[in-house]
Design a binder for this molecule. Structure first.
Ligand code: ADP
Length: 346
């Protein structure tokens, strides 16, 4: 047995959640072959204890059966990863069959991120694109409700979850995975593991665009998602209000750190227009637009506050299903979808 043959066998061990193997990631530091024993030294940078555990098991599975290998000893040195860019650069896997992945993010909850994600997905599909929409919020999934879907997804023979069809889109929600488990107990590394498992276990089929509705904020889960899947770009949603803008800024800086391109910003709840045509900027006047200028990112849309937007969300019929001639908001979402397509054609 030689170190070269051992390394060759270890090329079959992939970094959990990624398509690359542990050799090409440079995690295998040393291999020693002596009479009757083989020793492999591996270094892993992660905060997730499940990762070294899985690598350990898979290395044994890859090596134990080799002839003349003797006793196999795998030593894993776990270095605490700095959260953020360093771990992000270990590589990301793309989802088979999916051409483009677009994340919709917000720094703060309640700014209309899910509303934007749903309408953007519908507007993209209206151009003839094949679109999937994935609700990645473990703690408050709302996409299924916004599409009026109460169906439970089933699994295929490979144990992958089959998305639900609604309004011409493929729909998936992390909430489906939890079933009877209380989301409150799924925290920290467990939430990370759930998220990774979920992203890898959906049968999306052929898609031009997959929209990921990220949970609000800039924590570990958001990082895990953009580190697990190769995201082509992110749309940031904010209201014009200062508290939302502060968090939107944080989100922009997080995505920049992990090298996810910002497609642009959508200012939601930009104003309310009364029956007489007067516009009231309830949450501040064009704060999102000014923030986008400061951050040097495009404004994809300004969406007014409209009762039909909220009703559409509650009734499972997002406003972008309405013809663009009848609703300014619908028109704005369809224009935003065109900007997304221009930024990252499928
Ligand atoms: P988030 O995903 O950021 O938490 P949601 O998309 O769930 O926010 O929106 C929160 C609530 O505000 C929902 O009831 C939604 O229908 C409503 N809403 C969002 N945007 C608008 C808007 N432009 N006009 C009216 N209601 C809106």
């Amino acid at each position: 047995m030689t170190p070269e043959l051992i390394k060759q066998a270890l090329r079959n061990v992939r970094y959990p959640g990624f398509s690359r193997d542990i050799i090409s990631f440079g995690l295998v530091k040393e291999v020693r072959c002596e009479a009757g024993s083989t020793q492999v030294d591996i270094e892993v940078q992660t905060k997730d204890p499940a990762i070294p555990e899985q690598i350990f098991k898979e290395c044994h599975a890859a090596l134990d059966e080799l002839p003349d290998v003797g006793e196999v000893k795998i030593n894993i040195d776990i270095k605490d990863a700095p959260t953020g860019a360093a771990e992000a650069n270990t590589g990301k896997s793309s989802i088979p069959g999916v051409k483009r992945v677009v994340a919709v993010a917000s720094g703060k909850g309640g700014v209309g991120k899910s509303t934007v994600a749903s309408n953007l997905a519908i507007a993209l599909a209206a151009t003839g694109a094949r679109v999937g929409l994935c609700d990645c919020d473990l703690y408050g999934p709302s996409i299924a409700m916004m599409f009026g879907s109460h169906e439970r997804p089933s699994a295929n023979e490979r144990d992958e979850i089959i998305p639900i069809n609604a309004h011409g889109l493929k729909l998936m929600s992390m909430g489906f995975l939890l079933e009877d488990r209380s989301p409150v107990i799924v925290r920290g590394p467990m939430a990370t593991r759930y998220t990774q498992q979920f992203l890898r276990q959906v049968e999306w089929g052929e898609l031009d665009y997959l929209i990921l509705d990220l949970p609000p904020g800039t924590g570990d889960i958001q990082l895990t998602i953009v580190q697990t899947v190769a995201v082509d770009g992110v749309v940031i949603v904010t209201t014009p209000q200062e508290v939302a803008l502060i968090d939107a800024r944080k989100a922009v800086s997080m995505f920049a750190k992990v090298n996810v391109p910002i497609i642009g910003l959508i200012e939601n709840m930009a104003w309310f227009e009364c029956d007489h045509g007067t516009r009231y900027p309830l949450f501040g006047d064009a704060g999102g637009v000014r923030e986008a200028e400061r951050l040097n990112i495009p404004v994809l849309a300004q969406i007014p506050i409209e009762v039909p937007i909220r009703e559409g969300g509650d009734q499972g019929k997002p406003i972008a299903l309405n013809s663009i001639g009848t609703s300014n908001a619908s028109l704005a979402f369809h224009q935003a979808a065109k900007s997304v397509i221009e930024a990252i054609p499928a």
